[in-house]
Design a protein around this ligand. Structure first.
Ligand code: MGD
Ligand code: MGD
Ligand code: SF4
Ligand code: MO
Length: 898
């Protein structure tokens, strides 16, 4: 889909991508069949027309097949019955009221999400903190941005990202800390790459493992997990010793400098003292310090390798200190830059979605509580900070919380100790979930009510991206079934709780205008978050809102590009406050029982718990199975083999994953993806293994370093299953679902033998159209079901060491009719049109596999990534795969010297 296609342009709706915090503008055009064609919005400043693989595939994920379309109530038997909205809302309000009367308002809580729109978030927060009177509103941002919020507030005085994306275009040095930008913020990574190509900017990547982001970087620093503060404390010492401080900036705008420097000298007196905790060579550390010190236009950007840490707030502070000490903040091409995760992580922070914030960047001081009370006309204000996510789930488990309403997040997968979380949810007196989908691991915990919420494409409101830019998400599809927007559901409950008048909004524009008015209320320049220019926005103006960066004070509708170049921090004396850091250490040490550290994170083409990207065949072909990455030396030590299986166990739970050897992995660390759940794999819910140890300031859990053990697991046979039938594999089998064209796929491994699987196939498929091949001696069984000349199902099984390749059969399954001559070929596992096995998909946009790219590189030593693009089209659309294509070329040259 190209954005200049005239037909599409005529009917396209301008909206914003619902995935990562880059916040790309999207042009969406309904295709009349329930889907949509998707293109990048050339006028959106975040992406200027580009989209990554996930954004490009949005059209494949808006179908209704997996959606919940009606309010549902759990019956005594545990089944769900359809009920009317009135019944569901009355029951929910009645249930909340009864619990509040019996146990007090603090017995109820909301658990929200950075995937809600600002308007949804605003009314949820207002209802709980101002009207019900409980402070227990927290969000999945606790797992995501909380350490940055705490670090910003401690050091800068407010939760403000000082810079913007243009700084990534104009910086001379970009330092990426704990961020796999190439996969998780792909459009920003492309901007960084463009800056390198056109202006020669340098890139440094700081991450224990060597990721796609590190390909081609000028300096890669694979530090030991958790040691970032040592590295940046050492940088501060270096800057001081080299006489590179901006003394006048520090004097005018920064407090606590001397104490922070003294503290840094204790942690990291010299380069040698940094080398030991970080495991980096003194030469690499010195090179990094020289580069950073010598490049005024430096952006230090970070995400979860910094935040998801029991010392995440200190890591953020350590980075901010270096920028403050050199005055490199809020200047073009220079500043600290937190990359936010979710599309509206930032919007949630603005409204006060976190338990330790009240609203509009105000906290819980008596003056602020009183100010918000007066603005809202609130009958019952929360009086102190509420429970943060991990503590909130503890309170659910021990019965302090009796009622919980979860919206737009899947805590039974994404929270630490996910098994315990799932069990705790089952014990609630009142458990309600607002969801898009009919089934996920949180819904499997059996909420009393499931409320069908509008999804992307249907919802209307605003989101704020990593650079403080507020953009509209606009609906372009009708609300299906009885689906309602989240804000509507919350307001209906509020009315039924007796709070009429405070929640009778005519639409999201009125909520947004109120939120803007609150940001202005008694602000007078004391608070960073000020969007008073929008306080009187009409519906029309709201609908036409162009992307704008806050602050947007009255009289300045074009917004604010950067802050703090001239100081002006949001503290009493307008100075930033440097903070002494704790001695860097992980929350839990490895032991003889758990000798490794389990690191967790993302893959390129999946989004979180896969409720959307899991529907897309092309996004499912990049990394098809839940796989743990292991360093080859560790693999040897623990007797693991590439493409085999391993059981990973921690003090909290266990999973079984495929194994991939990765020379870029750090020795002593494992890396596992977060995406697979009980919904789409037998044993891969990684959250079950993650420790709940949190940062003292932010409450964010250390999800990237849980002590773990690993051991090989072997199966007798392996195979795959294609077709509509969803049948149970023999007890103890391992399986994972994979979206394929026109159906369902499952890859599996089992202790069962060919005879047993054959019996199963007979029972499930029946005799009609069944074509089989059995070779008991070799442990082979293959069958295909052909009905009305089409391949409708297939099951292939082979011995573990010789697993059948499924790409060929997958193609046949997606293709058209199968004639008699092709049937034999099918069972032999060859594809019908003569195409050979593609291998894993590298380019999701054009479906180009690893094998084709390898073959193209093999044609000559001078073949470039651009040649690959010309020949195979790979990498020529969204560009998300360019780092991998480059890596394949490099590997090829190493393996086959020309
Ligand atoms: N494809 C894709 N993109 C996404 C998402 C997705 O689900 N899929 N989710 C979005 C969301 S919500 C978020 S929060 C972002 C997250 O974006 P990222 O933070 O880039 O992603 P992660 O893979 O969680 O972690 C980043 C890196 O931190 C490293 N790390 C681990 N421990 C340490 C450490 O001690 N120090 C340092 N320096 N690094 C460490 C890990 O090895 C990992 O490579 O991605 C957003 N974008
Ligand atoms: N081990 C480990 N755990 C992690 C992380 C990690 O790196 N390692 N990362 C953490 C981070 S950074 C994040 S952000 C979280 C993400 O974790 P989650 O928020 O739990 O993951 P999602 O799959 O995005 O869940 C969103 C749910 O809301 C539904 N939904 C989507 N849009 C809407 C909507 O508009 N309204 C409603 N009502 N429902 C909607 C979706 O169907 C889905 O079920 O995971 C965290 N957990
Ligand atoms: S980078 Fe990709 S996932 Fe992130 S907002 Fe842009 S298109 Fe969406
Ligand atoms: Mo996140």
């Amino acid at each position: 889909m190209r954005h200049d296609a005239p037909l599409a342009a005529a009917a396209a709706t301008r909206t914003t991508c619902p995935y990562c915090g880059v916040g790309c503008g999207v042009l969406a055009t309904p295709d009349g069949k329930g889907g949509a064609t998707i293109a990048g919005d050339p006028d959106h400043p975040a992406n200027r027309g580009r989209l990554c693989s996930k954004g490009s595939a949005l059209g494949e994920t808006v179908g209704l097949g997996t959606r919940v379309l009606h309010p549902l109530k759990r019956s005594a038997r545990g089944a769900y019955d359809r009920v009317s909205w009135d019944e569901a809302l009355d029951a929910l309000a009645g249930g909340l009221k009864a619990i509040i009367e019996r146990d007090g308002p603090e017995a109820v809580a909301f658990y929200l999400s950075g995937q809600l729109l600002t308007e949804d978030y605003y009314v949820a927060n207002k209802l709980m903190k101002g009207f019900i009177g409980s402070p227990h509103v927290d969000t999945n941002s606790r797992l995501c941005m909380a350490s940055t919020v705490a670090g910003h507030r401690r050091v800068l005085g407010s939760d403000t990202v000082p810079g913007n994306y243009e700084d990534l275009d104009s910086a001379d040095l970009i330092v990426l800390v704990g961020s796999n930008t190439a996969w998780c913020h792909p459009i920003l990574f492309r901007r960084i790459q463009q800056n390198r190509a056109e202006r020669g900017a340098k890139v440094v990547v700081i991450d224990p493992r060597v990721t796609a982001t590190a390909e081609d970087a000028d300096l890669v620093l694979p530090l030991k997990p958790g040691s970032d503060s040592s590295l940046f404390a050492g940088l501060l010492v270096h800057l001081a010793d080299a006489g590179l401080l901006d003394r006048s900036y520090v004097e005018q705008h920064v407090a606590g400098f001397e104490a922070a420097l003294a503290n840094a000298r204790e942690i990291a007196p010299d380069v040698a003292a940094v080398a030991s905790p970080t495991g980096l060579s003194e030469a690499d550390i010195a090179a990094f310090y020289a580069l950073w010190a010598g490049t005024p236009a430096v952006v230090t950007a970070w995400s979860q390798g910094v935040n998801q840490s029991a010392q995440g707030t200190d890591k953020v502070a350590a980075i901010l200190h270096c920028h403050l000490a050199t005055g490199r903040i809020g200047l073009p091409g220079a500043g600290p830059f937190s990359l936010t995760g979710q599309p509206n992580a930032m919007g949630g922070r603005e409204v006060g979605g976190l338990a330790n914030m009240l609203a509009a960047h105000m906290g819980y001081s008596p003056a602020e509580i009183d100010r918000v009370r007066r603005f809202w006309g609130a009958p019952r204000m929360a009086q102190a900070e509420g429970l943060k996510a991990v503590a909130m789930m503890d309170a659910v488990a021990d019965g302090r919380l009796k009622a919980l309403w979860v919206m737009a997040t899947n805590p039974a997968v994404s929270l630490p100790r996910a098994d315990a979380v799932q069990a705790a949810l089952r014990g609630l007196d009142l458990f309600v979930v607002s969801e898009n989908v009919l089934s996920n691991d949180t819904l499997a915990a059996g909420p009393h009510y499931i409320l069908p919420a509008a999804a992307w494409g249907e919802k209307d409101g605003t989101v704020t991206n990593s650079e403080r830019r507020i953009s509209r998400q606009r609906g372009f599809l009708p609300l299906p079934g009885e689906v309602k927007p989240d804000w509507w559901i919350i307001c209906e409950v509020a009315e039924r709780l007796g709070f009429e008048g405070a929640f009778d909004y005519a639409g999201p524009h009125e909520i947004y205008a109120e939120h803007a008015a609150l940001s202005a209320f008694e602000n007078g320049g004391s608070r960073d978050f000020d969007i008073s220019a929008h306080a009187d926005l009409t519906r029309r103006a709201y609908d036409g809102l162009v992307p704008v960066q806050w602050p947007v004070p009255a009289g300045q509708p074009e917004g604010t590009a950067r802050l703090f170049a001239e100081g002006g921090f949001f503290t009493a004396d307008r100075k930033a406050k440097m903070q002494p850091l704790a001695v860097p250490a992980l929350a839990a040490a490895t032991s003889d029982v758990f000798p490794l550290l389990l690191n967790t994170g993302r893959v390129r083409d999946h989004w979180h718990t896969m409720t959307r990207t899991g529907l897309s065949p092309r996004l499912s072909a990049h990394v098809a199975e839940p796989t743990v990455l292991v360093h080859p030396d560790d693999a040897e030590w623990f007797a693991l083999v590439d493409k085999g299986f391993a059981r990973i166990e921690t003090a909290h739970g266990a999973v079984v994953l495929k194994v991939a050897l990765d020379p870029g992995a750090q020795k002593g660390s494992l890396f596992a993806p977060i995406h697979w759940s009980a919904e789409n794999a037998s044993d891969a819910r990684i959250g079950a293994t993650v420790q709940p140890l949190v940062d003292p300031f932010s409450g964010q859990p250390e999800m990237k370093a849980t002590p773990a053990a690993i051991a090989p697991v072997s199966f007798r046979s392996r195979g795959f299953l294609l077709g509509a039938e969803d049948f149970a594999l023999p007890e103890g089998s391992w399986w994972t679902r994979v979206a394929v064209e026109s159906g369902q796929g499952r890859l599996f491994a089992t202790q069962a033998d060919a005879a047993e699987i054959m019996q199963l196939a007979h029972a499930v498929f029946g005799p009609e159209g069944l074509l089989e091949m059995v070779d008991a001696e070799r442990g082979l069984y293959r069958c295909a079901v052909i009905r009305d000349g089409r391949l409708t199902a297939a099951l292939f099984l082979g011995p573990d060491h010789d697993a059948p390749v499924w790409d060929a059969v997958k193609l046949a399954f997606a293709g058209g009719e199968v004639d008699s001559g092709q049937r034999l070929a099918l069972l032999s596992g060859r594809s019908l049109d003569g195409a050979t096995d593609q291998g894993p998909t590298v380019c999701a946009c054009f479906g180009v596999g690893l094998n084709a790219i390898r073959a193209a590189f093999a044609e000559g030593a001078t073949i470039t990534v651009e040649d690959i693009g010309r020949k195979l089209k790979a990498g020529t659309n969204c560009g998300s795969c360019l780092p991998e294509i480059r890596r394949i070329g490099v590997q090829q040259r190493v393996e086959v010297p020309a």
